[in-house]
Ligand binder design. Structure first.
Ligand SMILES: C[S@@+](CC[C@H](N)C(=O)[O-])C[C@H]1O[C@@H](n2cnc3c(N)ncnc32)[C@H](O)[C@@H]1O
Length: 269
């Protein structure tokens, strides 16, 4: 089954219009600059990380499961005079045109894929790295979102699915003059399988009139840190560091994001 994500249509447009900057760009860049080329940005989306790296002269390819995200990434790259190698591929089927010294995955792991596919994705990353190469992969911890975390309790799950809130959610003006808004809600949470099902509603207004509305669901895998360390080791990696909050320091219990720095041993072809 192909992973089902929500990064299409209006959601992809939202991402291209409003998702820029962030500490992740600098954090991941260091691994690529430091003897880490060529590199692959897996789940590159519309190029929030990839495009700054290309502007800095780094040798980086990009891939993503969503053709809409890749298309928007390509359009923007061309507008900015860049011509990156981009391809549409689910990470568990990764089959890239070359091997890499670094693979980065920022905000893209376990979205819409199942556990078996997530294990396969780690095995594909291992396969696509050169011996001695590095995987740098982030993960939002299951307890990062207080609203979602409380639903791990049986009595709290009785309130699911949650109703849509009355406001429009995050709303912004796009470059074509239309207004876009995104709202999301939790539909279901399964603590046994460690999965959350979310629904997103994207809406677009032109001159104050609602002209488009799209709903998508996303079934995400929730992984704890030590579990992911074991999964990485099972795929053949040596986990060199677990960083916190996209900073080069050890993760703590207060970090919403942890980042795994995992090396493919140089003795493995
Ligand atoms: C939250 S966005 C992050 C985009 C980009 N890495 C960034 O940080 O700006 C998640 C991206 O992961 C992609 N994605 C989700 N599941 C994927 C999969 N199984 N294989 C490849 N890409 C996937 C989505 O299409 C989307 O572009």
């Amino acid at each position: 089954m192909a992973p089902q994500t929500w990064h299409y249509g209006l959601v992809a447009k939202w991402w291209a219009e409003f998702n820029e900057g962030g500490p992740e760009i600098e954090y991941f860049r260091r691994f690529i600059e430091d003897d880490g080329q060529p590199a692959l940005d897996v789940a590159c989306g519309t190029g929030r990380l990839l495009l700054p790296y290309l502007h800095a002269g780094l040798d980086v390819d990009g891939c993503d499961v969503s053709e809409d995200m890749i298309e928007l990434c390509r359009e923007r790259a061309e507008r900015e005079g860049l011509s990156p190698t981009l391809f549409v591929q689910a990470m568990h089927e990764l089959d890239a045109p070359r091997r890499y010294r670094t693979i980065v995955v920022c905000g893209g792991f376990a979205l819409g894929s199942d556990r078996q596919q997530d294990l396969q994705a780690l095995a594909r990353f291992h396969e696509q790295l050169e011996p001695g190469g590095t995987l740098v992969l982030d993960n939002e911890v299951p307890y990062a979102n207080a609203g979602q975390w409380q639903r791990w309790l049986r009595e709290e799950r009785a309130g699911l699915p949650r109703a849509w809130s009355d406001d429009d959610g995050e709303r912004g003006r796009a470059s074509d003059g239309t207004e876009l808004a995104l709202q999301s809600r939790l539909l279901a949470l399964d603590p046994l399988e460690q999965r959350a099902t979310l629904e997103i509603r994207a809406r677009q207004w032109r001159d104050g009139e609602l002209v488009a509305e799209e709903d998508h669901t996303l079934d995400i895998g929730l992984y704890f840190t030590n579990e992911l360390v074991l999964m990485l080791e099972r795929a053949g990696f040596e986990v060199e560091a677990v960083h916190g909050g996209h900073e080069a320091r050890p993760a703590t219990a207060d970090d919403d994001f942890v980042v795994f720095v995992a090396r493919k041993p140089s003795s493995v072809a």
